[in-house]
Ligand binder design. Structure first.
Ligand SMILES: Cc1ncc(COP(=O)(O)O)c(C=O)c1O
Length: 484
C-alpha cells in the first residue's frame, strides 16, 4: 500500500445505523503519512484522532472491516487489528452482530431518582423494606456523642482503611454471618458501588475487558462505561456463571477481573452452589483473574453457600455493604482485598477522599454493638418472606424466578407480548418495574424479562394489588399493532 497520502472515506448517506438514523462518516487517514510503525496502528491512530477531534461522533457506526479494508487496499486482518486497538483504547465498542460503534461517553450517567410515587406500585427499586429506624438511630447517635473523648476522636483524620477497632467490629460481626475476613485486609468504603468503583479505578485502564454475568447490575454497566472498560458477558444457568463459558471468555479476552454476584444474583436471583463456586475459582486461578465478588445481597439469606472469599482470599476481592438491610443512606460498605492489592487500594481511597467518614463507620459499629444490625436483619428477613410468599402464589406458573430471602424476582415476559408493549402496559397500570434492557452489557441481545423488586411497596396491600394486575396482564393477549 502506498502511504504519504490522505484518503477520505465516506459512508454512503443511505447507510443507516441501528437506530435508523442516516450515518455519514468521514475517516481521514492522515496518520498514514508517517509510514512509521505497523499499518494497523497507523489506522488505529487515525481513527483515534478523528474520534478525539469530534469528527466521528459518539454513537456513529464504523464501516465494516471488509468495506474499510477494500477502501484502504489493506487486508481485513489489518482492519480487525486496528479496530481491536481502538477498542482497547476505550474509544469504540464492538457490538455482537451489529458492528463497531464510537463510544458514547455522554451516556455514562445512570441516574437514580428516589422520587417514589405513592400513586404507583413501585416494583423498580432494590431497596430494603421500609420501617421506622429512628429509635435505633437515636440510641446509636447518643451513644456516640455522650463520651466527649470518643466523639472527638471520630472527628480526626484516620487511616484510609478506617479505624482499626471499627474494622475489627465489622469483621467480627460479619463472621457471625459466616464470612471469614481479616480486619487487616478490610477497607471501609462509601457503600458497595464505591467499593467496586475503587477496585476498577485502581487496577484497570481504559479499553480493558471486564468479564461479567450476561445479565448484570446496572450500576456496574454505568461504571464500566464511565471508565471506558469493555464488558464481556459470560453465559449463566440457574446457578449463575458457567465454568466452561468463563474459561472460553478468559482465553478469548484475557481479562484481569471478573465481576460476579454469586449469591442472589441481580437480576436473575441465581445462587451459585458450592461446587460451582470451586469450579469458577479454579478457572480464575488458572487464568490469573481476580474475582470481584459483589456480596451486597449476600447478607440477606439466612442460609447460603460459603462466600467465594472464604474459599480463596488471594483471588477474590470481596465487596459488600450494609445498604440492603440496615440502611442504604448510611453509605457504609467495605472491600476485602488480596494482599497483593491491598496497599494500592488503600492509597486509592486516600487519593479520592482521604477516608470514609469515621462518624459513619462509628455509627455502623454502634448499631452492630447495640444489636440493631441483627434485629434489623431478622425483621427484614421476616418481611421479605411474607412478600415472597405473595409473589410466589400470585405469580405461580409464570416462570418467575425467586430465591429465599431475596427481595427481587426475575419475570419472563410471555411470547404474546413484546417487552416494550408489556412495559408500556405496566406503566399505564401505574406499575414500575425494571426492564431487562438495563441489565444487558452494551451491544448484546435483550431477553424479554423484567425485574420486580417486591421490597419497595410500603405495604402488603399495594404489593398485592400490583401483583394481581401483573398476573392479569400476563394472561392477556395484547392486540398486535403493525404498520407498513
Ligand atoms: C448488586 C449490587 N451491587 C451494589 C449495589 C450498590 O450498593 P450500595 O448502595 O452499597 O452502593 C447494588 C444496589 O442496588 C446492587 O444491587
Amino acid at each position: 500500500m502506498s502511504c504519504n497520502y490522505q484518503t477520505l472515506w465516506t459512508l454512503t448517506p443511505d447507510q443507516k445505523d441501528v437506530k435508523g438514523f442516516i450515518v455519514t462518516m468521514t475517516i481521514a487517514i492522515n496518520a498514514l503519512k508517517t509510514e512509521k510503525g505497523p499499518l494497523y496502528r497507523q489506522i488505529a491512530d487515525a481513527l483515534a484522532e478523528q474520534i478525539n477531534a469530534g469528527l466521528l461522533l459518539p454513537g456513529s457506526k464504523l464501516p465494516t472491516h471488509r468495506r474499510l479494508a477494500d477502501q484502504l487496499h489493506v487486508t481485513v486482518g489489518t482492519i480487525t487489528r486496528a479496530y481491536g486497538e481502538v477498542e482497547r483504547r476505550g474509544l469504540v465498542e464492538a457490538r455482537v452482530g451489529a458492528g463497531t460503534y464510537v463510544r458514547d461517553h455522554r451516556k455514562a450517567n445512570w441516574v437514580f431518582s428516589n422520587d417514589l410515587d405513592n400513586s404507583q406500585c413501585e416494583l423498580g427499586f432494590n431497596i430494603p423494606p421500609s420501617f421506622d429506624r429512628s429509635q435505633m438511630m437515636q440510641q446509636a447517635m447518643s451513644a456516640l456523642t455522650e463520651d466527649p473523648r470518643q466523639i472527638n476522636h471520630l472527628l480526626l483524620y484516620h487511616s484510609a482503611a478506617g479505624i482499626a477497632e471499627h474494622r475489627e467490629t465489622m469483621v467480627g460481626w460479619l463472621s457471625t454471618l459466616g464470612l471469614k475476613l481479616s480486619s487487616d485486609r478490610l477497607l471501609f468504603t462509601s457503600g458497595a458501588q464505591n467499593a467496586t468503583q475503587l477496585v476498577l479505578s485502581a487496577f484497570s485502564r481504559a479499553g480493558d475487558n471486564l468479564l461479567v454475568e450476561n445479565l448484570t447490575y446496572p450500576g456496574l454497566i454505568s461504571l464500566a462505561r464511565q471508565q471506558q472498560l469493555t464488558l464481556k458477558p459470560v453465559a449463566m444457568d440457574d446457578q449463575g456463571l458457567l465454568p466452561e463459558a468463563l474459561d472460553n471468555a478468559c482465553r478469548q479476552y484475557q481479562p484481569r477481573f471478573l465481576y460476579s454476584m454469586p449469591t442472589l444474583q441481580n437480576p436473575t436471583t441465581a445462587v451459585m452452589g458450592l461446587q460451582r463456586r470451586q469450579e469458577i475459582l479454579d478457572v480464575c486461578r488458572q487464568h490469573n483473574v481476580y474475582l470481584i465478588e459483589d456480596d451486597v445481597n449476600g447478607l440477606l439469606p439466612e442460609h447460603r453457600p460459603e462466600a467465594m472469599v472464604n474459599l480463596d482470599q488471594e483471588h477474590v476481592i470481596y465487596v459488600g455493604a450494609l445498604s440492603k438491610f440496615l440502611a442504604p443512606g448510611l453509605r457504609v460498605g467495605y472491600v476485602h482485598a488480596p494482599e497483593a492489592l491491598y496497599k494500592q487500594l488503600m492509597s486509592t481511597i486516600q487519593n479520592q477522599c482521604w477516608m470514609v467518614s469515621p462518624l459513619l463507620t462509628g455509627l455502623a459499629c454502634q448499631l452492630i454493638e447495640q444489636g440493631s444490625a441483627d434485629q434489623t436483619l431478622h425483621y427484614i428477613r421476616q418481611d421479605i418472606r411474607q412478600r415472597r410468599q405473595l409473589v410466589c402464589s400470585l405469580l405461580a406458573d409464570t416462570g418467575i424466578q425467586t430465591a429465599e430471602d431475596c427481595f427481587h424476582a426475575w419475570l419472563p415476559v410471555p411470547e404474546a407480548w413484546s417487552l416494550s408493549d408489556f412495559l408500556a402496559a405496566l406503566k399505564t397500570e401505574g406499575i414500575a418495574v425494571k426492564s431487562a434492557e438495563l441489565f444487558v452489557p452494551p451491544g448484546y441481545a435483550i431477553p424479554p424479562a423484567v425485574r420486580l423488586s417486591f421490597s419497595a411497596p410500603d405495604n402488603l396491600d399495594t404489593l398485592t394489588s400490583g401483583l394481581k394486575t401483573i398476573k392479569s396482564l400476563l394472561a392477556t393477549q395484547p392486540v398486535a399493532e403493525f404498520s407498513l
